[in-house]
Design a protein around this ligand. Sequence first.
Ligand code: MF3
Ligand code: CO
Ligand code: CO
Length: 264
Amino acid sequence: MYSESSSSKGISIKSPEEQQKMREAGRAAAQVLEMIAPQVVAGISTQTLDDICHRYITEELGCVPAPLNYRGFPKSICTSVNHVVCHGIPAAAKVLKRGDIINIDITVIKDGWHGDTSQTFYIGEPGVLARRLVETTREAMVTGIRMIRPGVRLGDLGQAIQRIAEQHRYSVVREYCGHGIGRVFHEEPQVLHYGKAGTGVELQAGMCFTVEPMLNAGRAEVKLLPDGWTVVTKDHSLSAQWEHTVLVTDSGYEVLTLRQDETV
Ligand code: MF3
Ligand code: CO
Ligand code: CO
């Protein structure tokens, strides 16, 4: 028995068998965050976090860390601290300290299929400004995810996410977005975290994509550092992000990267 991949306007529709592979990949990615969470503390370097995740992904989960060598990215995870928006490169010299926030972004390849998820952690007790930004960013992601069902358009999600950010006087990063995901890390569609309701791709059961808003406490503009990867806020304001991989089902959605004790 076999099934052919199908697609709609270049967006792949996963068969039931393919959906099961995506579930397994998503679960593996979630397990990495569950494993690393207790170790995300003051005094640890982002390189050590990378080492621990690399070993767990390859040896315990039997997966491949998707970022490693992806378009030349040199490490297995992304670690984005404070004003780093995304794609921070783990480094031995980057030691976490109390009051920092850090996004850890995990993408694994399990049996050829990708699972992609990220979480922002506090180091020690967060300040009130950091807590409000991080919680609002998660609320924005969750609000987008809960809207997912066949017939809804991606612009509906984008507008809702943007509204939450702007109600709190935060800004949404425009240069990076969510993405379709499957055998390919980044595939169609692009999932913008801003936009206009009633526009964009209409969702269909069997689509898989990420929702991963990046919110800045200050202005939306970002810049790329000379290392070619690290993205920072131009005004050096704090930035937070959360990410899940989601499947569109007949009745709504399934979060493929949900952690134990997490609800969406
Ligand atoms: N995981 C990121 C995403 O959410 C992509 C990281 S690409 C890398 O799409 F090369 F920086 F790892
Ligand atoms: Co992603
Ligand atoms: Co990611």
